[in-house]
Design a binder for this molecule. Structure first.
Ligand code: ADP
Ligand code: ASP
Ligand code: MG
Length: 405
C-alpha cells in the first residue's frame, strides 16, 4: 500500500455532478489499495466571486479579512467532497489548511509555508479515512488564516507530498498535461511527456497558469516528481521532474503568455540622480512589484522612463505615481493596459546564440510590434499588444518547430 497526494482544480469540481465524479475517481484509487490525501481548490469561479463581494464593500479590503474570506472557498469544496465520499460509502474527513498543520508566515495573499505538522493527517489516515485538505491556505503562529497566492492549491499539494514522503504528487486539472502553449489559445499545441523543473518554473512564472510557480519550486527543492494530468480522462499526463536528456532540451520547450501586464510611462522626466528612487521607493513601500524597467537615453537632460507591473495594480500605481511624476517635473504619466508578455523558454537556449534574433524576425514577419524585451538565461520575453497574442503563439510554434515531437 502506498500513500498518494492528489490535487483537483476548481474547474474539475465546479458543480455537484463533477464533485461526485471526482469522488468516484478517488474511491477507485483507494480500492486499488492506496491511501489517499486529496487537496482541493475552490469550486469553479468561487474565489473570483468572493473577491468581487469584497470589492463591492470596500475599495481596499483589509488583507487579513480578505485572506480569511478567500479561504472559505476551499473549505466549501473540501467539505462537499467529503460528504460526497460518505454518500458513496467511504470514510473521509475534510481538514482546513490550519487543521492539516500548514503553518505560514503572515504575508497575506502570498503567504509562504514555513512548516507542516502532519500529525492530524497521519492520524486520520490510520483510521482509514480519505483525507481531504482545503488547498491554498494555512495559518500563522498567531492563528490567523492566510492564503498562498492565486493558484496556490498546487503548492499545498506539493508541500504535503514532500512532507508525507510520497513518491509523486498528482495534479489533476481541466487539460491533460502541460502543453507547448496554452491549448485553449493554440489548439494545435503539443502535450509534453515530460519537462524539467527549471523550464516549468520559468513557463509558470511567465503566465502558463497550468501550475503554480511555487509548487514547481518546492518540487525542485524536494525532488518531488509532479504529474499534471486530466481530471476527466485517463490520458497520460506530463511529468515534471529533474534530469531530462540534453538532446531533448536543446530547443525551445514551450511558450508562455501573460495578459496581466500594464505599462506605465513617465514622460519628460528631468535626468538627474534620485529620480528613480523617488518613483520606485513609494511603489516598493506599497508592496507593488515592478517588472521590466527601461529608461531612454536622455536628450538635453530630459528622458522617458517606462516600467511594467501587474495589470490588476494599474489603478493603485497610477494613484501613487501621478502626483510624484508631477512633483519631480515630469510632463506626464501614461498607463497602458492593452499589453501582454510572450516568452519562449528552453534550457537548451542558454548556450546557443540566435534564438532572440529568430524570435524578433518571426514577430517582424508577422507584423507584431515589440514594445519591450527582457531575458533570463533560459527565457526571452517580448511585450506586445494583447490582441496579437494568439498570432504570436502560433507563429512562434512554427519558427521553433514546436508542433512536432
Ligand atoms: P485548475 O483550476 O485545475 O488549477 P487552472 O485554470 O489553474 O486549473 O490551470 C489550467 C489551465 O491552464 C488550462 O485550462 C489552460 O488554459 C491553462 N494553461 C496555460 N498554459 C498552459 C500550458 N502550457 N499547458 C497547459 N495548460 C495551460
Ligand atoms: N482558489 C484559489 C484561486 O482561484 C486557489 C487555487 O485555485 O489553486 O486562485
Ligand atoms: Mg490552478
Amino acid at each position: 500500500m502506498s500513500l498518494v497526494v492528489q490535487k483537483y482544480g476548481g474547474s474539475s469540481i465546479a458543480d455537484a455532478e463533477k464533485l461526485k465524479n471526482i469522488a468516484r475517481r478517488i474511491i477507485r484509487r483507494k480500492e486499488e489499495g492506496d491511501e489517499v490525501v486529496v487537496v482541493v481548490s475552490a469550486m469553479g469561479d468561487t474565489t473570483e466571486r468572493l473577491l468581487r463581494f469584497a470589492s463591492q464593500v470596500s475599495k481596499c479590503p483589509n488583507q487579513r479579512e480578505l485572506d480569511f474570506l478567500l479561504s472559505t472557498g476551499e473549505i466549501i469544496s473540501s467539505t462537499l467532497l467529503a460528504i460526497a465520499l460518505h454518500d458513496q460509502g467511504h470514510n473521509a474527513v475534510s481538514l482546513s489548511g490550519a487543521q492539516a498543520g500548514i503553518r505560514t508566515d503572515a504575508s497575506y495573499s502570498r503567504a509562504y509555508i514555513r512548516a507542516i505538522n502532519p500529525q492530524r493527517i497521519l492520524k486520520e489516515l490510520k483510521k482509514g479515512n480519505i483525507v481531504i485538505v482545503a488547498g491554498f491556505q494555512g495559518m500563522t503562529g498567531d492563528m490567523d488564516i492566510t492564503t498562498l497566492g492565486r493558484g496556490g492549491s498546487d503548492t499545498t499539494a506539493v508541500a504535503l507530498a514532500a512532507k508525507l514522503g510520497t513518491a509523486i504528487c498528482e495534479i489533476y486539472t481541466d487539460v491533460s498535461g502541460v502543453y507547448t502553449a496554452d491549448p485553449c489559445i493554440v489548439p494545435e499545441a503539443r502535450k509534453l511527456k515530460e519537462i524539467d523543473y527549471e523550464e516549468m518554473l520559468e513557463l509558470a512564472s511567465y503566465g502558463a497558469k497550468v501550475i503554480h510557480p511555487r509548487a514547481v519550486e518546492l518540487g525542485k527543492v524536494y525532488n518531488m516528481p509532479i504529474l499534471v494530468a486530466s481530471s476527466f480522462t485517463e490520458e497520460t499526463g506530463t511529468l515534471i521532474h529533474e534530469g531530462i536528456s540534453m538532446e531533448i532540451q536543446n530547443k525551445v520547450r514551450g511558450i508562455a503568455h501573460d495578459l496581466n501586464v500594464a505599462k506605465v510611462t513617465v514622460v519628460g522626466v528631468p535626468d538627474r540622480p534620485g529620480i528613480s528612487t523617488s518613483l520606485f521607493e513609494p511603489l516598493a513601500e506599497a508592496g507593488i512589484s515592478v517588472d521590466t524597467i527601461v529608461q531612454n537615453a536622455s536628450v538635453e537632460g530630459i528622458t522617458d522612463l517606462t516600467f511594467t507591473i501587474n495589470r490588476s495594480e494599474l489603478g493603485r500605481v497610477m494613484d501613487i505615481i501621478k502626483p510624484i511624476s508631477l512633483s519631480i517635473g515630469a510632463k506626464d504619466c501614461i498607463g497602458d493596459a492593452t499589453l501582454a508578455k510572450v516568452s519562449i523558454v528552453g534550457i537548451g537556449m542558454q548556450n546557443t546564440p540566435g534564438y532572440a534574433a529568430r524570435m524578433f524576425r518571426t514577430f517582424y514577419d508577422a507584423g507584431i510590434n515589440i514594445e519591450m524585451i527582457t531575458t533570463s538565461e533560459i527565457r526571452i520575453t517580448c511585450i506586445i499588444k494583447e490582441e496579437k497574442v494568439p498570432d504570436a503563439l502560433r507563429v512562434l510554434h512554427s519558427t521553433f518547430d514546436l508542433y512536432e515531437d
